[in-house]
Design a protein around this ligand. Structure first.
Ligand code: HPA
Length: 244
């Protein structure tokens, strides 16, 4: 039987299940489609690694099969999910390279599956007071402190539909509304995990200042380059948080 206790969902720039012992690639069938992940061990803990955009980044953020991914992790027994996210920063104080353990979101997606609770499932309104698992956030924060990794202990993630980047006017609006960082994937992933009762946290990695803040156009390559420079911090943080 395929089983894991923990999952790491790797976002942009995080495609490699490095550090997992005895890795096997698994296809998990769900009512929403097939999800692929690599399952292995780290210090005796069984971990499923799932690259959100596929191993070669071929699935854009608005076409990720979020329902299949979360359902698959739920079916194999995962209880805790650690997600990474590349984000732009709307705050001068959060420079490229900064890590943010986000604690709130603003949902600006437009056209994505919203919920498991439709098509004959019981009508259910899920509490979103603490959308990212508070217990896991605090554990990540204390683990980061112990490792000497600097991570902001909270922040509001604005999720856009993508795949285009934002206009400077949109960024000014999001900042006024209280957003700190912008990305394209936290919704509906966070919501679906909560609906399935899973403890889910996201560590966002700032890869750039948002559109209109840096004086030059934003490129996907810039995002990838910055992620590559710093991804080892998130990897170390996640594996240490799982091991302890
Ligand atoms: N906007 C949206 N998504 C992103 C960004 C951004 O500036 N950087 C990395 N992912």
């Amino acid at each position: 039987m395929i089983h894991a206790d923990y999952a790491i969902i790797g976002g942009t720039g995080v495609y490699d299940p490095a550090l997992l012992d005895h890795p096997t690639e698994e296809q998990i069938e769900t009512p929403y489609g097939t999800a692929t992940c690599t399952i292995g061990e780290y210090k005796g803990k069984r971990i499923a690694f799932m690259p959100r955009h596929g191993k070669s980044h071929h699935v854009p953020p608005h076409q990720v099969n979020y329902k299949a991914n979360i359902q698959a992790l739920y079916q194999i027994g995962v209880k805790q999910i650690f997600a990474t996210a590349a984000v732009g920063s709307m705050r001068q104080s959060l420079a490229p390279g900064a890590l943010v353990i986000v604690d709130q979101f603003l949902d600006f997606t437009k056209n994505r599956p919203l919920t498991f609770f439709e098509d004959g499932e019981p009508v259910t309104h899920t509490d979103m007071t603490d959308p990212y698992c508070g217990r896991l956030r605090r554990h990540l924060q204390t683990t980061a402190q112990r490792l000497g990794i600097v991570a902001a202990p909270g922040g509001t993630y604005v999720c856009t539909e993508g795949p285009r980047f934002e206009t400077p006017a949109e960024i000014r609006m999001f900042a006024q509304l209280g957003g700190d960082v912008v990305g394209m994937t936290s919704i509906p992933e966070t919501v679906l995990a909560k609906e399935r009762g899973l403890c889910y946290a996201t560590v966002a990695m700032v890869t750039n200042y948002c559109a209109g803040m840096s004086g030059s156009p934003l490129t996907h390559q810039e995002v990838l380059d910055e992620m590559a420079k710093n991804v080892h911090f998130i990897r170390t943080l996640f594996f240490e948080a799982i091991a302890t």
